[in-house]
Design a binder for this molecule. Structure first.
Ligand SMILES: [Mn+2]
Length: 395
């Protein structure tokens, strides 16, 4: 551990200095590339700004109520921080619309959404790759209603299982809903905003499709076939290891979003491959830990994870247990909950996302996701019950 810590900090230092060095060249490139590729976006932005300034300035001058009439100019994207799909989606939104990303996990999701409502400069909000559950959906609709009353434009892009009544409610208040369970969020964002994105954006989306197991879906497959498969696989994998390994470093995750938005390949971002090597070593140690700590029930394998993310361990838990469902859970001491990751094998015939949504909600938590990959937030004292009940429900 001590060795890897030292390695980590050395790498960080190097990466920072490299970053600083590269920023200069980046800026130059950025300008040229964005001029070439994003002419549409830039001119649109300029037009938008001038129009809104013209429209808004005149009344404020004539009435002279400067403090009460604030201009809404901010673009914000709230996206999932834990995987390549969320980070890539944030990058695509940034390239297409500019603005800042707020990167969250499921336990922090509603808090962040509640915070942006208070931002009086918010003009346009994108919410990406953050599924809703029985527990969060009503509050979500309430907040969106408040935003819409303030004339904030809201776009919700996601591919997790969703209650159809929620989609109806969102469309009714004119939230733009881009939802399809058959493709990953970044591919949906790419498809929707293609005209505002450059060629490289298709690569960012293809990497997201790979890490979400959705590179064989119609749109995802088309994007992947533009690129060499092996090149895309290694890029997506290195990205994922850098995202997973930097969950506690929000600045680094922001930096990744910026670099991807700036059309960088993962290998062009300093130290990503070295960092991935460290993560791979940790994962190989995880195999031994899971073998030693794994517990099984009739229909599932489960394990509490202490020193890594639950989502990094869950595939090993499933695979090594020989069961068709694996559950890994990690305590979030600051939230009094367990963050739970659930995976199903190809033989798993139940929709785990739907089951976990209902079960976690009934225990005072929340959850949901896909048929074979989902997650939950479960109150600390209810974790045993969650596992025994899940075991009963997945026969
Ligand atoms: Mn996703």
């Amino acid at each position: 551990m001590a060795v890897s810590k030292t390695k980590k900090s050395t790498n960080k230092k190097t990466s920072k200095s490299n970053v600083a060095k590269k920023t200069t060249s980046k800026k130059v490139n950025k300008k040229t590339t964005s001029k070439k590729v994003n002419k549409k976006t830039t001119s649109k932005k300029v037009n938008k700004k001038t129009t809104s300034k013209k429209v808004n300035k005149k009344p404020s001058k004539s009435i002279a109520k400067k403090p009460t009439k604030q201009q809404r100019t901010k673009v914000i994207c709230i996206s999932h921080k834990e995987d390549c799909d969320g980070i890539s989606s944030a990058a695509l939104i940034r390239q297409a619309f500019g603005g800042d990303a707020i990167l969250v996990d499921y336990p922090g999701q509603m808090e962040a959404i509640n915070q942006v409502v208070l931002d009086k400069k918010l003009k346009s909000l994108f919410i990406c790759d953050l599924g809703l559950s029985k527990k969060t959906q009503d509050e979500f609709i309430d907040i969106m209603t408040r935003l819409r009353k303030n004339k904030v434009s809201v776009t919700y892009i996601d591919h997790h299982d969703i209650d159809p009544t929620v989609v109806k409610a969102l469309i009714k208040i004119k939230v733009k809903v881009i939802h399809d369970i058959n493709e990953c969020t970044a591919v949906l964002a790419y498809t929707a905003f293609k005209s505002k994105l450059n060629d490289h954006a298709s690569f960012v989306a293809a990497c997201a499709a790979i890490t979400d197991y959705m590179e064989t879906r119609p749109l995802g497959a088309k994007l992947l076939q533009i690129y060499d498969r092996q090149f895309a696989l290694i890029s997506a994998t290195v990205m994922t290891y850098n995202i997973v390994g930097h969950q506690r470093e929000p600045d680094y995750l922001q930096y990744l979003v910026e670099e991807l938005a700036d059309s960088k390949f993962p290998h062009d971002i300093p130290n990503t491959y070295e960092f991935a090597q460290i993560q791979v070593e940790k994962l190989s140690q995880m195999i031994a830990k899971v073998k030693a700590g794994l517990k099984t029930m009739t229909n599932l394998g489960h394990m509490e994870i202490l020193d890594a993310g639950a989502s990094g361990a869950v595939n090993f838990v499933m695979g090594l247990s020989g069961k068709d469902v694996g559950v890994a859970y990690k305590e979030r001491v600051d939230h009094g909950i367990y963050a739970v990751s659930v995976r199903g094998s190809k033989n798993c015939n139940v929709h785990l996302g739907k089951i976990v949504n209902l079960l976690a909600t009934s225990l005072g938590g929340s959850g949901g996701g896909h048929d074979k990959a989902c997650g939950a937030v479960v109150p600390k004292p209810k974790i045993k019950k969650f596992i025994t009940e899940l075991n009963k429900k997945i026969k």
